[in-house]
Design a binder for this molecule. Structure first.
Ligand code: NAD
Ligand code: SER
Length: 318
């Protein structure tokens, strides 16, 4: 059985991926960590081992890998796009610091490593419709620069040192357990919270802004399945395009409105987020992920909307 370390377990993905990994590999085999261990959900704290780890400190990563005899690392530590644009040095130091430490520790201690990339790894000179797996990557955000650098480093460590580094380019992820941490795609989560709480919603992106999205259960499957994939079938590694749906704000609004006919959305465009969104793909081509390791998402916009609303109603006793 694998012994897995999750770095950044307190975040939007980590709060759910940790629990999913525990279901698959056993509670005691998945160590949940975060810079702020108080961010870990009660479910994580009560179901298995936890630790406080600063991923930007190599000694701290090495300590926890040794302590728990880890062979696989899920590195979820980053500063998301909109927050990183406000403090580029923080975005670089956290994203790259955590990654290089994970790669070095993985090289020395023979761990497999998963680190998500993002639609943010693309930029305005990328073909934005049907963005190919291998294409121009000239992002204009510090977040994107860290993601492209991370993809290159992952492939370099694999080819040069044999580190089993793998990755997917996640689109905007929609979920109900832990709110997102300051990204450009957060609006597609926030709109559900507003509708269920009976509030109006102010959308920070303008009408017509197409972006790739995915519901969290599909993202969790992708993260686990890429790490379980037969390495002899992988032509690519860092990093695979994966997506489940793409829509502009007015389309998700119309879908939510089917469930809440009185729900109101207005627009107040955030120029920083809009510029970022305009530079990201309208939709990615994820054929390589489907062919090389069988990626196949289950949720489309209507199915996700039904589940999100159901789960948020329970969360807020509505
Ligand atoms: P998040 O911001 O919700 O969570 C990140 C977690 O990392 C937080 O709990 C934070 O406390 C922790 N952290 C920050 N600095 C740390 C440090 N020095 N040491 C240890 N922990 C630290 O992020 P997320 O949305 O869960 O994203 C996880 C990964 O997935 C990131 O690499 C992100 O770029 C990528 N990704 C996310 C999305 C999305 O929509 N959520 C989309 C594409 C890619
Ligand atoms: N959801 C992320 C962001 O908007 C995409 O990587 O930053």
């Amino acid at each position: 059985m694998k012994k897995i370390l999750v770095l950044g377990s307190g975040g939007q993905i980590g709060s759910e991926l940790t629990m999913r990994l525990r279901e698959v590999y056993g509670d005691s085999n998945v160590v949940a960590t975060d810079l702020k261990p108080e961010r870990l959900t009660q479910a994580i704290q009560e179901s298995g081992p936890t630790d406080g780890v600063d991923a930007t400190k190599m000694d701290d990563v090495a300590r926890v890998v040794k302590k728990y005899d880890i062979d696989s690392i899920y590195n979820l530590v980053a500063i998301l796009s909109a927050t990183a644009e406000k403090n580029p040095m923080l975005g670089w130091n956290v994203g790259m610091g955590a990654l290089i430490n994970c790669l070095e520790v993985s090289r020395e201690m023979k761990c497999a490593l998963f680190t998500p990339s993002s639609i943010g790894a693309f930029g305005p000179t990328t073909p934005l419709d049907g963005t190919p797996q291998d294409t121009i990557q000239r992002p204009r955000t510090i977040y994107g620069v860290t993601k492209v650098t991370g993809e290159l480093l992952g492939d370099y460590y694999h080819e040069r040192f044999g580190v089993d580094a793998r990755s997917v380019r996640f689109p905007g992820l929609i979920s109900y357990v832990t709110p997102p941490g300051g990204g450009t795609t957060d609006y597609a989560v926030d709109i559900y919270y507003a509708a269920v709480k009976g509030e109006d919603f102010v959308c920070p992106l303008k009408q017509g802004t197409l972006l790739d999205m995915m519901y969290m259960p599909d993202a969790l499957n992708a993260a686990i399945n890429i790490m379980e994939a037969d390495p002899t079938k992988l032509i690519h590694r860092n990093s695979f395009n994966v997506t489940a749906m793409h829509f502009p704000p007015e389309v998700i609004y119309a879908e939510v409105k089917k469930h809440f006919p009185n729900f109101k959305m207005t627009y107040d465009v955030d120029p920083v987020k809009q510029k970022i969104a305009d530079s990201w793909p309208n939709w990615m081509d994820d054929t390589c992920a489907r062919k090389e390791w069988g990626f196949k998402p289950k949720y489309d916009l209507p199915a996700m909307t039904v589940d999100m609303i159901d789960k948020l109603k329970k969360k807020f006793n509505k």
